[in-house]
Design a protein around this ligand. Structure first.
Ligand code: PGA
Length: 252
């Protein structure tokens, strides 16, 4: 059985004190109410990572970043490398989020470079894919996700795929209040798993976690998570609030 995962993506929210306060309250909640059904991850801004690691290191919650550089080190002012992320105690990094793809022009090739650097630095990667509304309306959503995975992920070896969690996030559902229906999510998750099976074999496909993201909240999480190929969620807005985030984990 695949273990379920619920990962919070804090995006560019909260100053250092606010972020550490949220990390402490989530940590306290899961120390008192351990979730044996799901792996819980919080992906914080870079500046929170080291402090959040101090808070979370003895508890049950794993830590991740939301991005890393596409180069290993050197004269890249303002960038944060995968290795630097790893050195904070983080275990995960989100790569290929639609906000990175669209606002920062990150293409599939760059995302593949980042993914390899992250894995080689000892991180696990939450690799995001998903179509925009126009692409879904034109019924190109499968083609888009296929291209994102083939170019961004499939240069990886089967051993490297062990370090991957895929997050399917239809862009039209992110932060909009719209969600994919449970059937739409299941349909795409199965498509993704079938692609992985064709490329890497059944063993790899069976153990690969595929998360859903896009306006997931306590009221819709249980239904989406109940689908056989949905292995949990990547949560944005609702991860900024302890009550909502913990309720979504409980919905697994
Ligand atoms: P949302 O964001 O839950 O606020 O829609 C999800 C994400 O972007 O990861």
């Amino acid at each position: 059985m695949r273990k379920k995962i619920v990962a919070g993506n804090w995006k560019m929210n909260m100053d250092l004190a606010e972020g550490l306060k949220l990390a402490s309250s989530i940590d306290k909640y899961f120390s008192e109410n351990p979730s044996n059904k799901a792996t819980v991850i919080v992906c914080t801004p870079f500046i929170h990572l080291a402090g959040a690691h101090e808070i979370l290191k003895h508890g049950k919650i794993a830590l991740g970043a939301q991005n890393c550089a596409s180069e290993a080190s050197g004269a890249f002012t303002g960038e944060i490398s995968a290795w630097m992320v790893k050195s904070t105690g983080a275990e995960y990094v989100i790569i290929g989020h639609s906000e990175r793809r669209s606002y920062y022009n990150e293409d599939d090739k760059t995302l593949n470079k980042k993914t390899l650097l992250a894995i080689n630095s000892g991180l696990k990667v939450i690799f995001c894919c998903g179509e925009v509304l126009k692409e879904r309306e034109e019924k190109k959503h499968f083609l888009i996700v296929k291209r994102q995975l083939e170019e961004g992920l499939f240069p990886l070896s089967v051993e490297q795929m062990d370090k991957i969690v895929i997050a399917y996030e239809p862009v039209w559902a992110i932060g909009t209040g719209l969600t994919a229906s449970p059937d739409q999510a299941q349909e795409m998750h199965k498509y993704i798993r079938d692609m992985v099976k064709e490329k890497y074999g059944n063993e790899c496909a069976k153990k690969l976690p595929v998360l859903y993201g896009g306006s997931c909240k306590p009221s819709n999480a249980a239904e989406i998570f109940s689908k056989p190929d949905v292995d949990g969620g990547l949560i944005g807005g609702a991860a900024l609030n302890k009550e909502d985030f913990t309720a979504i984990v409980e919905a697994v």
